[in-house]
Design a protein around this ligand. Structure first.
Ligand code: F0G
Length: 460
């Protein structure tokens, strides 16, 4: 990858949106009213919003102009044809089922294929994916390699699935495995990529046991770029070519257009064969809408059709991943424990090392999220005990996740490096006064996906 000081952003800015930092006392009041949960803040009370890279991207002039060409016909929309053609070009899958976002695609896929008692194998399921699996009383089995859990490991492909464990699972339970799902990049351990070699290996195993092999393709372009950068034999290859090669190993994918689709809403399922498509539309029509719009406006189909093409442009990806690396380097130089090499869509801080005095049951990652808001008006997100701890319904025992992370997710084409500098300042300042920070307790929660609505209180 080129050094960040060797090039400038491959775009210029045509429209701006004002943001401002509210005062320190006000931030204290707002976060307390929000139950120390940044999901409950008003976005206007946030200065730099790194809650997610999802749906927060800036669209290009071409995408905005495409909106005017949206064909809003209920059936047979021209815009559907454009999306279908773009998906076929980039992913190689001709059968496309639009949905209003990624989790809607998951809902359809799970409705089609998952039954009670099943075991859905994957490298690491995203939380909505896991939610859909659990809601069907099936199990979401994460088989990412041990390296994927090692914060200190500089393995270039920490999203890889453990092929030995995958084979063991398939051997023991293939009749209970509806499909294998490869999430590219692997969001929950830091946006870490999966190598082509690993994709090939996992696909071969799935085929051997006659189980479909699917992708959660939300960040497929970033994954393809990492393969180009890091995997021998790919440095001269076109990113689109690499993406096509990845998808050739699969039978289809779910896609959240809100990430590498470069749109604010939208998603789809896509399949290599007609049979999966026919099954999917049985669920799409009642849940999402008719085949040719499926939960999206015609104009949104147009923007997504262009977005998936733009997100595979080399100059865009170089700048995008360069900015993530820029923030990761600034933090790492200051001694902040971040996951290195950084992943594709953000910088992940190891909260257990950042706050060694806060035990996992006192939500160290959530405590850091709160402090970053107080310090710099920066909104990050917790990926730790709040999001992933499970209480065993029989024993009441709490199982804590192995990783306790704070994610600084970077929206695409939205913030400049100077914004990243302010983010780094805030993290470094909280780190300096880390000994004074106390943990949190949870005072309100719901059983599924509790972190979105939970309320916390400060411990003394
Ligand atoms: N798969 C992955 C890997 C994701 O990261 C997400 C969403 C989804 C599926 C669901 O897609 O939001 O369009 O329904 N991730 C967001 C995030 C919410 O912040 O990481 P969606």
């Amino acid at each position: 990858m080129k050094q960040r000081d060797q090039y400038a952003e491959p775009f210029r800015i045509k429209m701006v949106e004002s943001i401002h930092l509210i005062g320190q006392k006000e931030r204290e009041k707002k976060i307390s009213e929000a139950g120390f949960n940044v999901f409950s803040l008003d976005a206007s009370d946030v200065y730099i919003d790194l809650l997610t890279d999802s749906g927060m991207s800036a669209m290009s002039d071409r995408q905005w102009s495409a909106l005017m060409e949206g064909d809003e016909s209920y059936a047979g929309s021209r815009s559907y044809g454009r999306l279908r053609d773009a998906v076929e070009e980039i992913f190689g899958y001709p059968h496309v089922v639009p949905t209003h976002q990624g989790r809607a695609a998951e809902n359809i896929l799970m409705s089609m294929l998952v039954e009670e008692g099943d075991r859905v194998l994957g490298n690491m399921h995203f939380d909505t994916t896991e939610g859909h699996i659990l809601m069907r009383k099936a199990e979401a089995v994460n088989l990412v390699t041990e390296e994927g859990y090692r914060i200190a490991s500089d393995d270039p492909f920490k999203g890889n699935i453990d092929l030995d464990r995958l084979e063991e699972e398939l051997q023991a339970n293939s009749d209970r495995v509806p499909f294998v799902l490869m999430t590219v990049t692997c969001n929950n351990n830091g946006g870490q990529p999966v190598s082509m070699e690993n994709i090939r290996g996992a696909s071969e195993l799935a085929r051997k046991y006659d189980v479909p092999f699917l992708f959660d393709a939300a960040r497929f372009a970033e994954n393809a770029y990492f393969i180009r950068e890091r995997e021998p034999g790919y440095s001269d290859r076109d990113v689109r070519d690499i993406a096509r090669e990845m998808f050739r190993f699969g039978d289809g994918c779910t896609m959240s257009g809100k990430k590498d689709g470069l749109v604010n809403i939208g998603g789809f399922l896509a399949f290599a064969d007609e049979q999966h498509f026919q099954e999917a539309i049985q669920w799409q029509i009642p849940f999402e809408g008719f085949i040719t719009y499926g939960g999206m406006a015609g104009r949104d189909l147009e923007a997504l059709a262009r977005g998936i093409v733009e997100s595979t442009e080399k100059s865009y990806l170089e700048d995008r991943l360069g900015q993530v690396r820029y923030l990761a380097d600034a933090l790492s130089r200051a001694g902040i424990p971040v996951i290195l090499p950084p992943g594709g869509h953000g910088v992940f801080i190891n909260a257990l090392e950042f706050f060694p005095h806060i035990p996992q049951e006192e939500f160290p990652a959530q405590s850091l999220v709160v402090e970053l808001y107080l310090e710099g008006g920066v909104r990050a997100v917790e990926l730790g005990t709040g999001a992933f701890a499970h209480t065993d319904p029989e024993t009441g025992e709490v199982r804590y996740p192995r990783l306790e992370l704070v994610r600084l997710a970077i929206p695409r084409r939205v913030y400049t490096d100077r914004h990243m500098d302010r983010v780094a300042d805030a993290v470094i300042e909280v780190h300096r006064r880390r000994d004074q920070v106390r943990g949190l307790e949870i005072i309100h929660e719901v059983p599924v996906l509790r972190h979105f609505t939970a309320r916390f209180a400060r411990l003394d």
